[in-house]
Ligand binder design. Structure first.
Ligand code: SOE
Length: 386
């Protein structure tokens, strides 16, 4: 089978999740090519060599531009900290590669626009890693919306909470905690967590037209893990915003890394005229659905037996599940990345993905909403998203 040579940029959490997906995808999906972990790039040679060994890369590179420009590489996967995304994506586009890029797409919308221009000029297939769309329950949520089972939407509600930065002893900087450094991450929970929530919200419920936000920094100074010096924190530790959607429904979004007890509490709920849907990533194999009316007739079906259904999304009729195990056996976080790579390869090769993957242009749109949220918080006012 034809090889699809992958060049991986980054050896951290996402580098691992994506490498695993490339290794596994051909075992679960029928694809027109076989992804091969050809070469990985990182700055620390020791870490890079260990990463190569763990995931089975054929080669390593310490110069990312040389890797991106190599004729042997077909696909570049950008899993580095956010401030590097723009240059890497543009270089990969100019070299004519297929591109996967982690979210948030860029440090800001201006950068994202440059990335859109470069990738559209090159005409290369792209995918921004909004991996939660590829959870079978979230994909079933989308199906339920498309089947008009929610009907006219009134409310959209999303939370994305974690609790790993509560201690003032958690340092900023270094390999692991670049997410707290505005010069490296761009923003805090808005880009890191709410970008996922906004992506799902616009995918499920259409575009947001206006936002009104408040952000908070709870610990304003931390020790820098590299220099040992006290460093001011300028990223948003928490962010909440109200949103008005173009379809007239209203939304509330809330995110924090100080939500004690919440580890990766990514929830989304939609309440409409015909029904409602709720998903919680801490119970990822379930989708909750409330059925009020028949989607075809709009007539009420709610009766004395009606209640929220908690659907175990593991049947072969459920999105992606016929690729894995038998009903009742669940899949996990790593499978969202496998599903995403499968859909991207199928989409790029004229096959049939379960659903289209978000492109760089889609990632830029989410960046625009994130920038508007930050602007709204800075200026304490509603911001229109043109
Ligand atoms: C941050 O803690 C993080 O790893 C995010 O960067 C990911 O996007 C999210 O999916 C899990 O949490």
């Amino acid at each position: 089978m034809k090889r699809l040579n992958v060049g991986m940029l980054g050896t951290g959490f996402m580098g691992r999740a994506h490498s695993n997906a490339f290794n596994q995808v051909g075992r679960f999906f029928e694809l027109p090519c076989q992804p091969v972990l050809k070469c990985c790039y990182g700055r620390n040679v020791e870490t890079l060599k260990a990463f190569q060994k763990t995931w089975g890369y054929e080669e390593i590179a310490t110069d990312w531009r040389a890797l991106v420009e190599s004729d042997e590489i077909d696909l570049i996967d950008v899993c580095t900290p956010n401030f590097l995304h723009k240059d890497m994506v543009i270089a990969a586009a100019e070299a004519g590669k297929m591109i996967v890029c982690e979210k948030p797409l860029a440090m800001n919308y201006a950068e994202a626009q440059e990335m859109v221009a470069a990738t559209e000029k090159a005409g290369v297939p792209t995918c921004v890693s909004f991996c939660y769309r590829r959870n079978p329950s979230v994909m079933l949520f989308k199906q339920i919306v498309e089947e008009n089972r929610i009907g006219r939407p009134f409310h959209y509600r999303a939370t994305y909470d974690q609790d790993y930065t509560i201690s003032s002893k958690v340092p900023v900087g270094g390999a692991a905690l670049w997410r707290l450094d505005a010069n490296v991450a761009g923003s805090g929970v808005t880009g890191d967590l709410l970008a996922h929530s906004i992506d799902c919200a616009e995918w499920l419920n259409g575009r947001i037209s206006r936002v009104c936000a408040h952000t908070e920094i709870f610990i304003k100074e931390r020790t820098n893990a590299v220099t040992g010096e006290k460093t001011p924190i300028t990223i948003d530790d928490a962010c909440m915003f109200m949103a008005i959607f173009e379809n007239g429904s209203v939304g509330v979004f809330e995110s924090s890394r100080y939500a004690r007890g919440r580890k990766n509490f990514n929830t989304m709920e939609m309440n409409g005229e015909n029904g409602a849907c709720y998903f919680n990533l801490e119970e990822p194999e379930y989708l909750q659905f409330f059925r009020y009316a028949d989607p075809k007739t709009g007539l009420k079906v709610e009766d004395h037996l009606t209640g929220w259904q908690k659907i175990l999304v593991t049947n072969s009729e459920h999105p992606y599940m016929n690729r894995y195990w038998v009903p009742g056996t669940v899949i996990g976080y790593e499978h969202y990345f496998i599903n995403q790579i499968a859909d991207f390869i199928l989409q790029a090769s004229g096959g049939t993905p379960v659903a289209p993957v978000p492109t760089i242009a889609d990632g830029a749109r989410i960046q625009k909403v994130c920038d508007s949220v930050i602007k709204s918080a800075q200026e304490s006012r509603w911001v229109e998203i043109e």
